[in-house]
Design a protein around this ligand. Structure first.
Ligand SMILES: Cc1cc2nc3c(=O)[nH]c(=O)nc-3n(C[C@H](O)[C@H](O)[C@H](O)COP(=O)(O)OP(=O)(O)OC[C@H]3O[C@@H](n4cnc5c(N)ncnc54)[C@H](O)[C@@H]3O)c2cc1C
Ligand SMILES: *[C@@H]1O[C@H](CO)[C@@H](O)[C@H](O)[C@H]1NC(C)=O
Length: 462
């Protein structure tokens, strides 16, 4: 696997906005109501699947999207307790003409786990939380609705095991592990997705199967990159690692570089040279970092899977060489303390109901994606947010799009990252950037086999 590093370009907008949210009333409301009654009868009376409806008192808690900027209202939210409930929910959706999306952590940038457009049946996996590590093989069976922080804590409690994944504890396994997934340990252990050795999947027709590289291998392939279009992962079988006994979390502030464009570019190129230097003993898979450019700050932050003594002696001097006035902070931590620190020092274990939200727009330039695109050096993310109670300004979208265009023009053949799904793309653009034409054709053929009636649907699904 090629080294990849995160490169975040951030911009924060705070304040009142000019744009109003588009109303979502449709002329088809009465038809939808009639179908809704049939759906309710099927889920509630015939199949007895636990389900939340818009008239329920706690509907808003279940229906809230993480991204406030992209509100989407489902027809209903099934909250299954068993795999049979999931199968029954799929049956009811199919019988009554509803589209389906699974919801795990709900962190989709485009609210795809709420359907992406109004009127879908959401299958909320919050009852699917178990984590069991096989001490002989180190393979963990992890249920498809757990959040990363809860998963990491449970793994560590069972023999100090660990996985590579993103830094935000509230993100769910279901979207993150099936559409890529990376964090600082990904340079050592791979993408979150690369650790999947098997999957229990519920298919569109309600049957369940176990998929690996040898058994039902086409399902295994399609679920690792296009699960939103293919099936519902109820259990992940994941190859865990021994958690490192010490991790160094570091920040290097080089904000002096922000005095001019030239000095910022020079600092970036110095870092890129450091990363590229094959003779450097400092760059190995134990070292990973991201660059964050926000306001007038330029910060390198990351982790080193080793001791502070080693970091100070061997890594730090090479890493900061040639950078303007670097100010280094580094701490040696145990595994869970390192993860908590990366989660803005907020607790890793999160209980229901989950209340965090954000009001944002982001897009990515990347040279790796869920399947083939793995040779790139950087992942760039452009991210803007406003206060939760503000309307997101149209200028914010333009600004981020322009920033992204400026960067991608210098990167021939750039791709985008599905886990940073950008709802302002056209469908064709999305398929080209996330998959590319030949992979898209392959996935389309697989979709025709696995989900011929297109039950698993969102605006960019295959
Ligand atoms: C605050 C924040 C921090 C983030 N940090 C990182 C990071 O460090 N690294 C990184 O790589 N990404 C990061 N991301 C992006 C993140 O990986 C994606 O948003 C991811 O898809 C979220 O997973 P989820 O289960 O929470 O999403 P959901 O919104 O629940 O689901 C996303 C998509 O996956 C589908 N899906 C969910 N569960 C299943 C399932 N069990 N089976 C089949 N399909 C399913 C949904 O239908 C939907 O289409 C971050 C996002 C946010 C909002
Ligand atoms: C369900 O779909 C799968 C995948 O297409 C297929 O192999 C299986 O036979 C189907 N099961 C039923 C009961 O139709």
């Amino acid at each position: 696997m090629a080294p990849f590093l995160l490169f975040t370009l951030g911009l924060a907008f705070v304040g009142n906005a000019l744009t109003a949210r588009a109303g979502q009333e449709g002329a088809t409301a009465s038809i939808a109501r009639a179908d809704g009654i049939k759906l309710r009868k099927c889920l509630g009376t015939t199949k007895k699947v636990p389900t939340k409806w818009p008239s329920d008192n706690d509907w808003d808690v279940y229906a809230a999207t993480y991204n406030i900027r992209v509100p989407v209202t489902p027809a209903a939210i099934a909250v299954p307790k068993t795999v049979q409930d999931i199968s029954n929910a799929l049956f009811c959706a199919d019988q009554n003409g509803f589209k389906v999306q699974a919801k795990s952590g709900g962190h989709s940038y485009a609210s795809f786990s709420s359907g992406g457009v109004d009127g879908a049946l959401v299958i909320d996996l919050q009852n699917f939380q178990s984590v069991i590590v096989d001490s002989k093989t180190g393979i963990a069976r992890v249920a498809g609705g757990i959040r990363l922080g809860n998963m990491a804590t449970a793994l560590y409690k069972q023999g100090k095991r660990a996985l590579a994944h993103g830094t935000c504890a509230g993100v769910g396994i279901g979207g993150h592990f099936t559409h890529g997934g990376y964090g600082f340990t990904s340079r050592a252990w791979g993408l979150a997705m690369d650790q999947i050795v098997g999957l229990d999947v519920v298919l569109a027709n309600g049957t369940s199967l176990y998929a690996t590289s040898k058994q039902n291998s086409d399902v295994y392939y399609g679920m690792r990159g296009a699960a939103d279009s293919m099936g519902i992962a109820v259990n992940f079988y994941l190859q865990t690692q021994a958690a490192p006994s010490t991790v160094v979390n570091f920040n290097v502030d080089i904000s002096d570089a922000m005095q001019s464009t030239d000095s910022a570019v020079a600092a970036f190129l110095t870092i890129q040279d450091f990363v590229h230097n094959k003779n450097s003993k400092a760059v190995d898979r134990k070292l990973a970092f991201s660059l964050s450019l926000q306001w007038n700050q330029f910060i390198i932050s990351g982790t080193y899977l080793g001791t502070l003594k080693d970091f100070n002696a061997n890594i730090k001097p090479a890493m900061v060489k040639g950078l303007p006035n670097p100010s280094v902070q580094a701490r040696e931590l145990d595994w869970l303390s390192s993860l908590k620190d990366l989660n803005d020092d907020k607790p890793l274990e999160i209980s229901s109901p989950y209340k965090d939200q954000s009001n944002f727009f982001a897009k990515s330039d990347v040279n790796f994606a869920a399947f083939e695109h793995r040779t790139g050096l950087w992942v760039a993310q452009h991210y803007a947010y406003v206060d939760n109670d503000a309307d997101f300004p149209g200028e914010g979208i333009d600004y981020i799009n322009n920033l992204n265009d400026a960067l991608s023009q210098g990167v021939p053949g750039y791709q985008a990252y599905e886990n940073y799904v950008d709802p302002t793309l056209s469908v064709t653009e999305a398929h080209n950037l996330y998959y590319g034409p030949s992979l898209y054709r392959k996935l389309k053929a697989l979709k025709a086999k696995m989900d011929p009636k297109n039950l698993f649907s969102n605006p960019f699904s295959v």
